[in-house]
Design a protein around this ligand. Structure first.
Ligand code: TXA
Ligand code: MG
Length: 330
């Protein structure tokens, strides 16, 4: 069946979009879901068959657990066990770009396939109003990884979702470009220590301030056979072009991804500036779109200038390092 796209910023289409999305989820279908970070590929998290369609549409390895999206902390507590630190983080940053990995609550109806059989669960209350309206109406947790084919750049617009997944997705809710632009930060709250499994839309310093303790860095991905947060596979977010990091100049045939007021000299095939003023939040919001656009320019390589490591820079550097990592032949 053809994909139906609803423009959620048109008041006349909004209600029809929510209804169509709820109906698609209830029927075990897939929905392109706007969130404040990136677009998600959503399915009913309580249905193993629906979740299986996500893995199939993404071409994703089946050991990769998915984030379950819920409408509130109260709803999250039906699926996970929140200790004091997890609760503080949830209260401070939800709704928002933070995922908490907590012990799975016995009896949670989330399908084993969504947690990849782990006894932990990744939960998030997204901030986007369309997503929240959908979650409230659907009333069940919604599993949603980023709506890209596995290993590819995450979608930050409804057009990206359609370009990535085509008719594999039943309904797409178009709520314009995503404001944060990188995925949620993932914090595991499983024992006495907190672990930052993936830097993301909330900066480490802000998480540490609320948690009242330093976050260990994720060892996830160290063992690719049994990753703790397998989104941290070495090659991820990959454009077609080769990505060269910390570039101080442009080589022949390269496109340039710049940051700040003084891009390096040279004659790039194409250029984007993540933030001419050097604002890391603006850079995060532009990151995936700029990578897609430079990739589409057909350059053999993309040179990326050094990005500062503070604030959202940690997440940006993480995604760029993955985009640059050696990748398996496809
Ligand atoms: O911003 C986001 O988080 C987006 C939007 C759509 O919400 N979603 C997203 O999902 O980035 P995905 O599937 O691309 O990344 C989810 C990450 C993966 O690295 C996965 O392995 C990890 O979360 N994850 C989920 N549940 C986990 C668990 N129980 N233990 C460890 N890692 C988990
Ligand atoms: Mg992803």
């Amino acid at each position: 069946m053809a994909t139906r796209v609803f423009r959620m910023r048109e008041p006349a289409e909004r209600e029809a979009g929510i209804e169509a999305a709820v109906a698609a989820l209830a029927a075990g279908g897939l929905v392109g879901l706007p969130t404040e970070t990136v677009y998600g590929l959503a399915a009913d998290a309580t249905s193993g068959r629906a979740v299986a369609r996500i893995y199939d549409a993404k071409g994703r390895p089946s050991f990769n657990p998915l984030i379950s999206h819920v409408e509130s902390l109260e709803a999250a507590e039906r699926h996970g066990v929140f200790g004091p630190a997890a609760r503080r983080l949830a209260e401070a940053f939800w709704p928002g770009p933070l995922t908490l990995v907590v012990p799975r609550r016995p009896g949670s109806p989330i399908a084993d396939l969504a947690t990849a059989g782990l006894d932990t669960v990744g939960l998030r209350v997204p901030g986007n109003q369309v997503a929240r309206a959908l979650l409230a109406r659907f009333g069940r947790p919604v599993a949603a990884p980023s709506a890209n084919r596995s290993g590819r750049i995450s979608p930050t617009s409804a057009e990206d979702v359609v370009a990535e997944l085509g008719e594999r997705v039943d309904v797409v809710l178009d709520d314009g470009p995503t404001p944060v632009g990188v995925e949620s930060a993932i914090v595991a709250c499983l024992g006495d220590d907190l672990q930052l499994l993936r830097p993301g839309g909330v900066a480490r310093a802000d998480l540490e301030r609320v948690a009242g303790m330093p976050l260990l860095s994720g060892s996830a991905g160290a063992d690719p056979e049994r990753p703790l947060a397998p989104g941290l596979l070495a090659s991820h977010y990959a454009p077609h072009a080769r990505v060269r990091l910390d570039a101080t100049g442009v080589e022949p045939g390269e496109a340039l991804l710049a940051f700040g007021p003084a891009p390096p000299p040279g004659e790039p095939v194409a250029m984007r500036n993540l933030s001419p003023s050097g604002d890391l939040a603006e850079a995060a919001a532009n990151l995936f779109r700029h990578l897609r656009e430079l990739d589409a320019a057909g350059a053999a390589g993309i040179a990326v200038v050094p990005i500062p490591a503070e604030g959202l820079g940690e997440a940006i550097r993480d995604r760029l390092a993955r985009a640059a990592a050696p990748r398996p032949a496809t």
